[in-house]
Write a protein that binds this ligand. Structure first.
Ligand code: HDD
Length: 697
């Protein structure tokens, strides 16, 4: 009797609104069942013919469990397979009612739920977080007029101009077809072979070789819609628009050598950082901005607004900030949410429309199509993470694999007059409030060509390079040397160099010197590059205020260390918004000079300085002597130094720092003289140190 009672209440608890099934696993009294609800008596032993006999085919509990497990994986995304996501909200702060009817862009103060996924592009789902790569920045906004997916990147331009080149680009960038490597890296023959033959990629290559592709944190990246879209007003008039996300924490990057080492120290560096920050209530936030253009303004630009390899500098058309996005909730289940989320550039509410950009036009087909192979059913929109949550979805599309809706009635066609007989007739089109395309005049002859207005491949590559600070320019040159040095085919290296000469002669020369090669002749550009005015907004260095907010400080301690000093550093860094971790040779921590115990947050060997933005080394004399025998302690200090971080230290730690090759400069601070200067030094990298620790191209 009591058994029947339990099973009925279990069943009731597992049926949510609308009849969807919920797991009851979180309930303490939950009973384990088969997928069909049959209670299981023993989850440890299979059914056997005798005590030591073979397993029986009859054992449906075993078979169901193994079979479900065998099918747990779904195909990973063909690109952007490695990703991390979070829930949050979008809030409009300034109405765009003059330009659009979209409620999400006209109702100031209204919060709209979002799910945002960041990703690398080339690596597989299990690859590391910190390769040199473009980052995906995909935002799904569950608006009251249907989902709006803004599927962008952390770079405002793209490698190619026409979607027909996308499979070639991706094949060339991913691991080579015969050998299956390199994973998550563009530093190989086929990628640079493709690039050398595609001059249109030069602008994006400049961005890819800049520090933008080695971000410090997913929370510290800008985001861009990349393609040009349109806003549509009540009269059907279109206004061209480019979308921007700007991080409140500023844009910050790692050093390349550091990114390589983080890959080993913590392959999940970015995923963990995003998760931990949100779990700690430190919610990342972005401003949302638009650049708006009339057709006439677009016409007057020195390039084609439909060409995704071009941007419009902020100095030419300022960004109007109209909203913000805050990510404040981690996913509950990685597979159900982060893996199964399906972004579609075709998801747009009424009031937003596409442009004729030939890259975007191809995307309008590709994403819907790829979900069918990845998620396996045309009903992928019914998965909870993909459902239009802001409003109902209703139409006459029926049945198919994994249909979860139980739709009553017989109205599954349109038009129907069943309503006249009192039956449910189903939904109807809404000519006024429904999605409408801008009446853009088209209708020339059919052609398969690239418009002449797309022909200038070098002017904006040059603009980007020349807009960078010297520090950033040398990083770009060094990145090119690194990548091309991994290329084994000499003609591929030379072809890229010949393209670089059209971008900037000094850059080409620096890269050639970095490989000890003679410069080849310059490639002949289709259109002679122009010298456009530099755009300082394209820099990272100096663009955002220096801050410790959202950054991490590691304090390496030994037995006998000065507890007051440790506490002072910890307090000062936390007051600036940093996360602080105590690192000790043993995870149980240390005994301080005054006899108190200080627990550690990380063991030295597994908590290297590469995961911090600044470090303090607070040791006793005996502790220092001991640590000098430990390469992990030396690496802690020496990597912090070569990765241009501020290092605060107790006077007793000096012998270790000396042995690690740390040389005095303004970023090396004796904490016995006070901790005041430490946080100011720690708020940015010590760029002046770089030429002393690295041969830059
Ligand atoms: Fe794409 C995924 C961004 C061009 C085809 N793309 C994907 C994701 C992002 C972008 C962020 C991951 C979404 C997620 O987190 O699930 N893609 C871009 C940007 C582009 C771009 C900013 C240039 C403006 N993409 C592009 C083209 C094509 C695709 C030209 C094909 C013609 N992209 C895909 C895809 C993916 C994808 C194969 C793989 C997984 C998915 O769609 O859902 O369909």
């Amino acid at each position: 009797m009591s058994n029947t009672k339990t099973s009925m209440s279990d069943q009731a608890a597992s049926l949510g609104h609308g009849g969807e099934l919920h797991q009851t696993a979180s309930r303490p009294d939950a009973r384990i069942t088969t997928n069909h609800g049959v209670p299981i008596s023993d989850n440890q032993n299979s059914l056997k013919a005798g005590r030591r006999g073979p397993s029986l085919l009859e054992d449906f509990v075993l078979r169901e469990k193994i079979q479900h497990f065998d099918h747990e994986r779904i195909p990973e995304r063909i690109v952007h397979a490695r990703g991390s996501a979070a829930h949050g909200f979008f809030e409009l702060t300034d109405s765009l009612a003059e330009f659009t009817t979209a409620k999400i862009l006209t109702e100031v103060g209204k919060k709209t739920e979002v799910f945002t996924r960041f990703s690398t592009v080339a690596g597989g789902a299990g690859s590391v977080d910190t390769p040199r790569d473009v980052r995906g920045f995909a935002v799904k906004m569950y608006t009251v007029e249907g989902n709006w997916d803004l599927v962008g990147n952390n770079i405002p331009v793209f490698f190619i101009q026409d979607a027909i080149k996308f499979p070639d680009l991706v094949h060339a960038a991913k691991m080579e077809a015969d050998r299956g490597y390199p994973q998550a890296a563009t530093a190989h023959d086929t990628f640079w072979d493709f690039i050398g033959l595609m001059p249109e990629s030069m602008h994006m290559i400049m961005w890819a070789m800049s520090d933008r592709t080695i971000p410090r944190s997913l929370r510290m990246m800008e985001g861009f819609g990349v393609n040009t879209f349109r806003l549509v007003d009540a009269n059907g008039k279109g206004t061209l628009v480019k979308f921007h996300w700007r991080p409140k924490l500023g844009t910050q990057s790692t050093c390349w050598d550091e990114a390589l080492k983080i890959a080993g120290a913590d392959p999940d560096f970015h995923r963990r950082d995003l998760h931990d920050a949100i779990a700690a209530g430190d919610f990342p936030e972005w401003e949302f901005g638009v650049q708006l253009f009339t057709d006439e303004e677009a016409e007057a630009l020195p390039f084609d607004i439909l060409d995704a390899t071009k941007l419009v500098p902020e100095e030419v058309k300022p960004i109007r900030v109209v909203g913000r996005m805050v990510l404040d909730r981690n996913p509950t289940n990685f597979f159900a949410e982060t893996e199964q989320v399906a972004y579609l550039p075709t998801n747009m509410p009424p009031g937003i429309d596409v442009s004729e950009d030939p890259l975007l036009q191809g995307r309008l087909f590709s994403y819907q199509d790829t979900q069918l192979s990845r998620l396996g059913s045309t009903n992928f929109h019914q998965l909870p993470i993909n459902q239009a949550k802001g409003c109902p979805f209703q139409n006459f599309q029926r049945d198919g694999h994994m249909q979860t809706q139980v739709i009553p009635g017989r109205a599954n066609y349109e038009p129907n007059s069943l309503g006249e007989a009192g039956e449910v007739a189903g939904p109807r089109a809404d000519p006024k409030g429904g999605f409408r395309s801008v009446a853009v005049p088209v209708g020339e002859t059919k052609v398969r060509l690239r418009a002449e207005s797309f022909a200038d491949h070098f002017s904006q590559a040059r603009l980007f390079f020349r807009s960078q600070t010297e520090i950033e320019q040398s990083h770009m040159a060094s990145a090119l040397v690194f990548e091309l040095s991994k290329v084994t085919l000499p003609h591929v290296r030379l072809r890229v160099l010949s393209l670089l000469r059209n971008v900037d002669e000094t850059l080409a020369q620096r890269v050639a010197n970095g490989m000890n090669l003679d410069l080849p002749e310059a490639a002949t550009p289709a259109v002679a590059p122009q010298d456009l005015p530099p755009s300082p907004a394209l820099r990272i260095v100096g663009k955002y205020p220096e801050t410790l907010k959202g950054r991490a400080v590691g304090i390496l301690v030994s037995d006998g260390a000065d507890g007051a000093m440790v506490e002072a550093v910890r307090k000062a860094a936390m007051a600036e918004g940093a996360k602080v971790m105590i690192v000790a040779p043993k995870v149980g921590g240390v005994t301080l000079k005054d006899g108190r115990k200080l627990p550690a947050d990380g063991q030295l060997a597994g908590t290297p300085s590469v995961i911090f933005d600044a470090v303090a080394v607070v040791l006793s004399e005996a502790g220092c002597t001991q640590m000098m025998q430990d390469s992990a302690a030396q690496d802690f200090a020496s990597f912090a130094f070569v990765h241009l971080k501020a290092i605060g230290h107790s006077p007793e730690a000096m012998p270790l720092l000396k042995k690690a090759g740390v040389m005095p400069d303004e970023g090396i601070l004796d904490l016995a003289k006070g901790v005041d200067g430490f946080t100011a030094m720690a708020a940015t990298r010590r760029w002046a140190r770089e030429p002393k620790v690295r041969m830059l191209a």
